[in-house]
Design a protein around this ligand. Structure first.
Ligand SMILES: [Zn+2]
Length: 277
């Protein structure tokens, strides 16, 4: 998608499977199963989307998918059937790992940060050797200091090696990381989750995070059970969706089909319409 002086692309690293009840929180299965079919283990299939934002001087990659370090057992648990597509998708667009200047993760769960690092013999190295990696400071702190509730989602191999390599750029709250590209901390899914907003001076393109992982989470109370601060998610959705409608934002989701679209409000219900190709 051409967007002012930016080229913005959204693509999927692949799919994973997650318990449908966990994905839809307090919403009963009789409701969510009309939107997404569950498999025999009650799991729904979700894409792991990445966004590439380019201008003449910068190549920004948002999210790196699940990466190549998972064991067969982990891939089985998460229903990841295909090898990671991130590097193929970048190559299709003429981008090599060394071309990436900035990597952003909305948060550090493994399905967003797994491709940050890769194995090189016995060591873990940055998969994007020339890039700085931008995370919220609170997310970094929480990812390294997990508790019984949060531990299963964070794999330190995805992010801890970046600190020693001097590639870490921690930010606080809201920062314009490059002209026209803004990161905002939005507490809900985790404390340190951040969203991405790109503006061409006129319009806004917005990449959600997991507090609103796909179009099926547009209704305000449809909030993942994984969210650590569900009432903050609720208020964030209330504010952000009203603005997205009012200002006609172009919206992409973390775990939907990899498409941009717009959100409208019809009879008090939010609706997502994909942009034509
Ligand atoms: Zn996720």
């Amino acid at each position: 998608m051409r967007f002012g002086h930016f080229q913005i692309d959204i693509f999927s690293d692949g799919t994973f499977k997650i318990d449908g009840g966990a994905m839809f929180g307090v919403v009963p299965k009789v409701l969510w199963s009309t939107q997404k079919a569950a498999d025999e283990l009650n799991r729904v299939t979700m894409d792991m989307n990445c966004v590439l934002i380019r201008d003449a001087d910068h190549v920004v990659l948002v999210e790196t998918g699940a990466g190549s370090k998972l064991t067969d057992k982990q891939r089985g648990i998460y229903g990841i059937e295909r090898p990671p597509q991130l590097l193929n998708e970048l190559a299709k667009r003429g981008v090599q790992p060394e071309d990436v200047t900035l990597v952003v993760n909305t948060h550090l769960h493994f399905d967003h940060s797994g491709g940050n690092t890769r194995r090189d013999g016995d060591t873990l190295v940055a998969a994007f050797p020339r890039a700085s990696y931008v995370f919220q400071r609170l997310e970094w702190v929480d990812a390294l200091n997990t508790n019984e509730r949060t531990r299963a989602s964070y794999f330190p191999d995805d992010f801890a090696p970046l600190e020693a390599a001097g590639k870490l750029e921690l930010i606080d709250e809201a920062v314009e990381i490059l002209p026209g590209i803004r990161l905002d901390r939005v507490q809900g899914h985790t404390r340190g989750t951040q969203t991405v907003r790109v503006t061409d001076g006129r319009r806004t393109a917005f990449f959600s995070s997991d507090f609103m992982p796909d179009r099926h989470h547009l209704p305000l109370p449809w909030i993942p059970a994984q969210d650590l601060f569900p009432l903050d998610t609720l208020e964030a959705k209330r504010t952000i969706l009203a603005r997205a409608v009012e200002e006609q934002w172009i919206v992409g989701f973390t775990h939907d089909l990899p498409r941009f679209g717009t959100v409208t409000s019809v009879d008090g219900k939010y609706r997502f319409t994909e942009l034509a190709d």
